[in-house]
Design a protein. Structure first.
Length: 286
């Protein structure tokens, strides 16, 4: 149970760090780049990846899109937290689980039971209600950012599920290579910003990047350990982590960062929790 709690805490902390970072002279791109730098070091130390197993010609159809998507969606996450808050962004990120579920249905031909269909049916109005805002909030079209976070993390999840099916290398080794690719992509963007657009390299960015990298990696390693601890009941991990992040993220956003929600937002969060429970229960019915 401790691993579940730590995974939830680390996930929400990443959002809180981005929220705090906006108060300083920070650059989200540089923070994301340093995040991957520190995540690669931690991945190498804790997972001891088999770097000799890398085969670009064989693995590029998965590694390249993941290397492009990870930093892109991470930047969208930071922008979404800035404009829409932790509550809506965390909820959107967790509802992204329905993208791989839809992919399993339409692409891989998986048969769905009534509970999974009910979960999908509840998820869509939940997302609409979570993204709803009052007319006086003047968000304009900024709701697009949590929506892109939802779609982005959903596509990443589908790709990682395909990576997990590779006979070689192992999942954690693949994660190491993808992190390396993401760092290269982010470094190119940072180089363009610094050289062409004359953005400064502020020393505070590595500090925030290190924090994001540590807690982002902590989320991954504790999530994997939780699955190992509950190997006979993976739906418990699935439901607990997703529900825990939405609840803890909502509490952090409302209590610590004073984010304001409407009744429709609260209803959307409640429906999101119901949807996750239905999906978790559907896994038990397999």
């Amino acid at each position: 149970m401790l691993y579940l709690i730590l995974s939830i805490f680390c996930s929400v902390t990443v959002g809180a760090i981005f929220k705090i970072a906006r108060k300083y002279e920070t650059c989200s791109t540089q923070i994301v780049g340093w995040n991957y730098f520190f995540a690669i070091i931690l991945c190498y130390v804790f997972f001891e990846p088999d770097v000799s197993s890398f085969n670009f010609s064989r693995h590029w159809p998965l590694y390249v899109p993941l290397s492009l998507l990870l930093p892109t969606v991470f930047l969208l996450l930071a922008i979404s937290i800035r404009y829409m808050g932790i509550v809506k962004t965390d909820a959107a990120q967790r509802l992204s689980l329905f993208i791989p579920i839809l992919a399993a249905w339409f692409i891989f031909g998986e048969k769905f039971n009534i509970l999974k269909l009910a979960g999908l049916a509840v998820a869509f109005p939940a997302m609409i209600l979570i993204l709803a805002y009052r007319k006086d909030e003047n968000h304009g079209r900024k709701w697009i950012f949590p929506l892109l976070v939802l779609v982005g993390f959903g596509v990443i999840d589908v790709l990682f599920k395909q990576v997990a099916l590779l006979p070689s290398p192992g999942y954690t080794t693949s994660l190491f290579f993808v992190f390396c690719g993401a760092l290269i992509i982010t470094a190119l963007i940072i180089a363009y910003d610094v050289i062409i657009r004359k953005f400064p390299m502020h020393p505070i960015n590595p500090a925030f990047g290190a924090l994001v990298g540590i807690f982002n990696f902590g989320n991954i390693i504790f999530y994997l350990k939780a699955h190992k601890e509950f190997s006979d009941d993976p739906s418990t991990v699935f439901a607990a982590v997703n529900m825990g992040v939405i609840v803890l993220g909502s509490l952090a956003g409302i209590i610590i960062f004073k984010e304001k929600l409407t009744r429709r937002n609260y209803l959307g969060i409640a429906l999101a929790l119901v949807a996750i429970v239905l999906i978790a229960l559907s896994q038990l019915k397999k």
